[in-house]
Design a protein. Sequence first.
Length: 465
Amino acid sequence: MAPADRRPEGAGAGFDDLDGALRWLDGHIDFESVTPSRRSLPTLDRMRALVGVLGEPQTAAPVVHVTGTNGKGSTAAMVTWLLLAHGLTVGTYASPNLVRVNERIQRNGEPIDDDDLLALLATLARVEPMLDERPTRFELLTAAAFLWFADEAVDVVVLEVGLGGRWDCTNVADADVAVVTNISFDHTDVLGPTLVDIATDKAGIFTPGCRAVVGETDPALADLLRRAALDAGATDVWLRGTAFGCRANRPAVGGRLVDVYTPSGTVDDVLVPLHGAHQGDNAAVAVAAVEAFFGAALDPGVVAEGLGAVRIPGRLEVVGHRPLVVLDGAHNVAGMRALARALVEEFAVPGETVAVVGMLRGRDPVAMLEELLTAGVRSVVVCEPASPRALPASVVAEAATGLGMQAAVAPSVADALSDAMGAAGEDDAVVVCGSLYVVGGARVALGVGNRPSRGDLAGGAPSMR
């Protein structure tokens, strides 16, 4: 199907406005709000049918495909900015959004505008009757991204997996470079129950002829991923700690200062304007992925330019001072561990640190809060994320008090944030964490970054990151 055939005559054909289009989109099954069972996941038939009637737009540009338990969003963002620094036009598909669904579909780091999103959804609404099965919400958004990237004629697509790998609907695209950031416990009801199970599922993004970049360092899991990549027909497999990695990763003003090595050599003293030691590791994965994409050494100046431009909302994001206010999307035990390390290493304050916490069902509140305790957090204000999958605040508060923490419950994210900041002194800190739903709600309450508009999706920040 030619690009001219993909857009309706007149923006919004079939819908009065974007609000109507988004209501149509939200009328589809949303596995990000209600996690599917293992039995309901393993098929790409609906997605293959959908891209088939659209003319296979996922084949229009080479793909860097990124999965992993943690860090895949940050790594995808770094890959995007490194490719931009090389002068390419880059389409990026990411999930979740913090406030607006437009954030998921980006060209050169800028979200799709409302008119283009409206046109894409109208096109999808027109082709849906041609399908034997009704697609899910995430399948429609993924197809919209492929369609827009093809119409925009981007040079390369950076594609972030939503959940897992093998059966994620992004996997209808064949990767030129396939990246696995790491493996830890998350979504075990769907992908698990073991780390081997999770790694095996994520290894499903390896395709014949791809270059595989593996950030996982556990020897058994790394070897599993290496063998899976070779069995899939990968031409090269680069493992962190052997082919690439960080020789130095230290705190600096405004982020991390890293020395990154790849098969082609070392790039020293690169400033990554993101907090947390894990972002240095993500940077090493991203540099390796881009070198694998070009098949050649990267210019150190271009690496510094690309990484220096990265901004990632909701990942150890400082949004206030006196008191210090930090937003972080940590939503599993490994994420909370990285957050706790950063609080000690980069965000120590003379006073106390209070956490605003909300979680989704399927999380272990005791294990997650124990990580905060290691950073000296003794007080929490608990709220429920704006999601059908919210874990009751009373359950999280009970876990906190059982650990000896002071716990209060607030009726909303905004109220919890107001309570925490009202109680904090100038030398204290407030950290918002536990779910990206909570981080998104906090950004809205604080008036930070993207503000709601007619593209706003209530509760639009799912937990797939």
